[in-house]
Design a protein around this ligand. Structure first.
Ligand code: NAD
Length: 380
């Protein structure tokens, strides 16, 4: 009986390995990234998501309508609402992203997405994990800045492999043992490493921290670090430093050393955890935006979730829209509108660092999402 269970698991492992090898091959043959500055028309898809998502998105939409008034009037940019990425619809269809919604997203160039709820337990996959895979959004990019402390970090988290790519397809011998799989491919690591080093080169950075646990996860993290160093060799002015994730987690809360870090490149799970830590240092998840970038598509969102408790307690209107505004800023840079992004960054600097006349706390003692958005819009 046990022998049979082992054989079934080994068969499953063989299939997974073949599938992952095919994925590696597809990555090696991928087409070059899109050049938005040469594109006549850009379609921005909008999915409001669940919980506080629609409240935040309403303000993000007003922001874009003001910032992009000329481009919207001329038709160079279209804002396109996409239906169906709600927890009710996803549960009804039994799909993390319903087929028609996915097709509508794929008809856009980029996506601005509100947070989406993932039910605990059950088999429903997270919409984000599904979208990252379906759109091959391999770089999760998260900037974190605390100017008064000299913190100016940017995280390049690998977004499509590591522990996540086979996260729901591990094997188990019930009551005896359970095993999950972690995957590092050469092509998958090379493209995230290149994204991080290109950013460093184009933004005058001199240091990239490669963060792994290669002393323990010798195969997967060992390969990740080795490939990052191969890429680093092509960028002579930029130092590539190896760090272990545990000491890096400590370093980020060590005020004596943390301002020396600039760019980070990390496998998926470590990136997931440490970017939330970094966002907390910046002022909480309500303040941080995130980009999920691939060569064909890109998706921009807040780093937080749908905050169901805020909705249950009637606090939705007090949610901080800064997270989604930061995502809009990243999206504008991605679609080659850096001056619009700078205008928004400048307004956010006034509203959250220099003047801070209207402050959102996430509670009734603070300003509402709408009041804060009005304040930002005034500064544009
Ligand atoms: P959460 O991020 O929704 O909330 C964590 C805490 O942050 C809560 O105290 C919440 O009130 C607060 N918060 C979040 N956004 C805020 C904002 N804009 N302003 C002020 N306070 C804010 O995390 P959770 O409770 O663990 O997850 C809730 C749901 O969201 C889950 O179903 C989870 O799977 C999903 N989720 C989705 C995404 C995404 O779509 N990108 C990311 C994380 C979690």
């Amino acid at each position: 009986m046990l022998e049979q269970e082992i054989n079934t698991a080994v068969e499953q492992f063989r299939r997974l390995m073949e599938e992952q090898l095919a994925r590696q091959l597809r990555m090696e043959q991928a087409a070059p990234a899109k050049n938005f500055s040469k594109q006549e028309k850009i379609v921005i898809g909008i999915c409001a998501g669940d919980g506080i998502g629609p409240i935040l998105m309403c303000e993000a939409r007003r922001l874009m309508e003001k910032l992009l008034a000329d481009e919207l009037a001329s038709g160079r940019i279209e804002l396109r609402e996409i239906e169906g990425l709600t927890i009710e619809r996803r549960l009804a269809c039994g799909q993390a992203v319903p087929d028609d919604t996915l097709a509508a997203i794929k008809a856009c160039d980029v996506l601005l997405k509100g947070p989406t709820t993932t039910p605990k337990g059950g088999s429903m996959e997270s919409a984000n994990v599904a979208l990252r895979r379906e759109l091959d959004l391999y770089a999760n990019v998260r900037p974190v800045s605390v100017p008064e402390e000299g913190i100016d970090w940017i995280f390049y988290r690998e977004n499509t492999e590591g522990e996540y790519v086979l996260g729901s397809r591990g094997v188990e011998l019930p009551g005896k043992l359970a095993m999950d799989f972690k995957v590092t491919t050469d092509a998958g690591t090379r493209r995230i490493a290149r994204a991080a080093f290109e950013y460093a080169k184009n933004n005058g950075k001199t240091n990239v921290a490669i963060v792994t646990k290669a002393n323990i996860m010798k195969k997967t993290d060992g390969a990740f670090s080795a490939v990052c160093h191969e890429v680093a060799d092509e960028y002579p002015g930029i130092a590539a430093e190896d760090w272990y994730i545990d000491i890096m987690a400590a370093n980020l809360v060590n005020k004596d050393v943390r301002s020396r870090f600039q760019v980070f490149v990390l496998p998926n799970l470590y990136g997931d955890i440490i970017t939330d830590e970094a966002a907390q240092i910046q002022g909480g998840v309500g303040t941080a935006g995130s980009a999920n970038i691939g060569d064909r598509y890109a998706m921009f969102e807040a780093i937080h979730g749908s905050a169901p408790r805020m909705i249950e307690e009637g606090l939705g209107e007090y949610a901080n829209p800064s997270s989604l505004f930061r995502a809009v800023e990243m999206m504008l840079r991605h679609i080659a509108l850096p001056q619009k992004a700078d205008r928004l960054a400048h307004a956010m600097q006034i509203c959250t660092v220099e003047e801070c006349r209207v402050a959102v706390t996430g509670n009734r003692d603070g300003a509402t999402c709408r009041d804060f958005a009005d304040y930002v819009l005034e500064q544009l």
